[in-house]
Design a protein around this ligand. Structure first.
Ligand SMILES: [Mn+2]
Length: 476
């Protein structure tokens, strides 16, 4: 991250007028007292408290600081929409910029929760002057008084006190990689990285509140896909698709969880195609990889590959059915205790054998050998990543608990095989060139298998055609 990205935008802009002293006096008087009624507790307050105590229990007797990060400058004095740090949001439910959670050790081995927050500022001229922090610019805050009842923490303190507190605790652990101002107070250490890994590993297992949030956003994502399907007969570009899905994400949630991939025709062969500026061709496939991010910041991550016309061509259908077969085979083996990578291996076996059947790979068994892995020219990526409050969740978990770990009940991850035939790939029969297909569902490991949270979004080829027909029929 460059210094430019983290530097705060100026509190006043070049087009702001000066404030005469008399106006300042006038502005500081005549306000009603702040609403004395405490706000209602954040939804799932008990789950947040439980997460804090589980993280604290990993570090008895230690001071832990978890920041949420700062607004980032987009250009000059404008910011990107603030997205809270995922660990901080997971521990508190608080979505304000700049805040820091302090887990302060107690004699009994537990931790007190202290939230450093921006105070309310009606009595301080910054409420009028400061375009980044002023309540007249950005809206009212809970401040010190109303933060504890809202978030169930033991205490709220002003961010002005933070630096001094942290400097007085040289052995504290500071969550790395999220709050440059906090981390600048002293050099980062291996002990800080252990805190990051511990939070990520606790987040591997979703609690009931998280599973409910994930189901909510997956359901909203289904509606977003149906909005797109409804518009397909009149939509003219990938950009239309992106915007239609975004509308659903903003109406029902907070945002999209990642840049929508709306890839038509050969653009589907580019894994992270987010330029989305190409026209929609009637006979082509639309690969839509998109997810609604809900108010609690959990995101869906769903891919469907839809025939723009409503019907797959024979060549499109051959490839689609092979990817679907690989996905079904991978999901079918999911249960607690198997290797995280086992479904991936299974999917690749199915894909390689299918590629041999289609005359693309001369010999599947040879292609599958460890020293060859030739199928990867067409499959390009592994089929799973953890999913939660981040689209690529738990990224700081150690390899032995994630990539080389075993599946456990409560883990949520994607199953998303794909096949991508670049338009200029001479190893591929001409009829398949420019076809890209990915099918992605979000599943949770249960005590005896798995549950597909997105099973209600059709994926089998015939079911997809029927779905398109019925959604568009209903629209007429
Ligand atoms: Mn994904």
């Amino acid at each position: 991250m460059s210094a430019e990205e983290t530097a705060p935008a100026p509190a006043r802009a070049s087009h702001d007028s000066d404030i005469p002293a008399n106006l300042e006096q006038f502005l500081l008087s005549g306000w009603k007292a702040f609403d004395p009624a405490p706000p209602p507790p954040v939804a799932n307050a008990a789950a947040f408290a439980e997460r804090r105590s589980r993280l604290g229990a990993r570090f008895p007797g230690e001071h832990l600081f978890i920041g949420t990060g700062h607004e980032k400058v987009r250009a000059n004095d404008t910011h990107y929409a603030f997205r809270p740090g995922s660990d901080f949001a997971w521990l508190t439910g608080n979505h304000e910029a700049d805040c820091v959670l302090w887990l302060c050790p107690q004699a009994d081995g537990s931790h007190r929760s202290v939230l450093f927050v921006e105070p309310v500022n009606r009595t301080d001229i910054t409420f009028f002057k400061d375009r980044n922090k002023g309540e007249l610019w950005v809206g009212r805050r809970l401040g010190l008084e109303h933060t504890p009842p809202r978030f169930g923490v033991d205490e709220a303190r002003s961010l002005r006190e933070l630096d001094e507190v942290v400097r007085g605790l040289p052995d504290a652990r500071i969550l790395p990689g999220i709050d440059p101002q906090l981390e600048a107070l002293r050099p980062s250490t291996e002990r800080d990285a252990e805190l990051g890994a511990a939070a990520a590993e606790l987040r591997l297992l979703k609690d009931a509140a998280e599973l409910a949030e994930l189901q909510t956003v997956i359901d909203a994502t289904k509606r977003g896909f149906e909005d797109v399907i409804r518009a397909l007969p009149t939509a003219t570009s990938e950009r239309d698709v992106e915007v239609i899905f975004y509308g659903r994400a903003r109406r029902e949630g907070n945002d999209v969880g990642y840049g929508t991939i709306a890839a038509c025709g050969a653009n589907a062969c580019i894994l992270h195609w987010t330029r989305n500026h190409a026209p929609l061709g009637k006979g082509e496939l639309l690969l839509l990889d998109a997810g609604v991010e809900g108010h609690a910041l959990y995101t869906a991550d769903i891919t469907r590959t839809l025939p723009v016309s409503g019907k797959f061509s024979p060549a499109q259908r051959e490839i689609y059915e092979l990817v679907w077969e690989a996905q079904q085979a991978a999901m079918a083996m999911v249960r607690p205790g198997i290797d995280f990578m086992a479904p991936n291996k299974e999917a690749m076996r199915v894909l390689a054998r299918g590629l041999e059947r289609l005359g693309i790979l001369p010999n599947a068994e040879e292609a599958l050998q460890q020293e060859n892995q030739f199928y990867r020219r067409y499959s390009l990526h592994n089929i799973s990543h953890m999913l939660g409050i981040d689209v690529h969740d738990c990224a700081k978990a150690r390899q032995e608990t994630y990539r080389y770990g075993k599946l456990l009940p409560g883990m949520v991850f994607t199953v998303e095989p794909g096949l991508y035939f670049q338009p200029d790939d001479q190893t591929v029969p001409a009829k398949y060139r420019g076809i890209g297909v990915r099918i992605e569902d979000d599943i949770v490991v249960t005590e005896d298998g798995y549950h597909n949270l997105s099973a209600h979004i059709p994926s089998e080829a015939g079911a997809v055609e029927q779905w398109i027909g019925s959604v568009q029929g209903a629209a007429r």
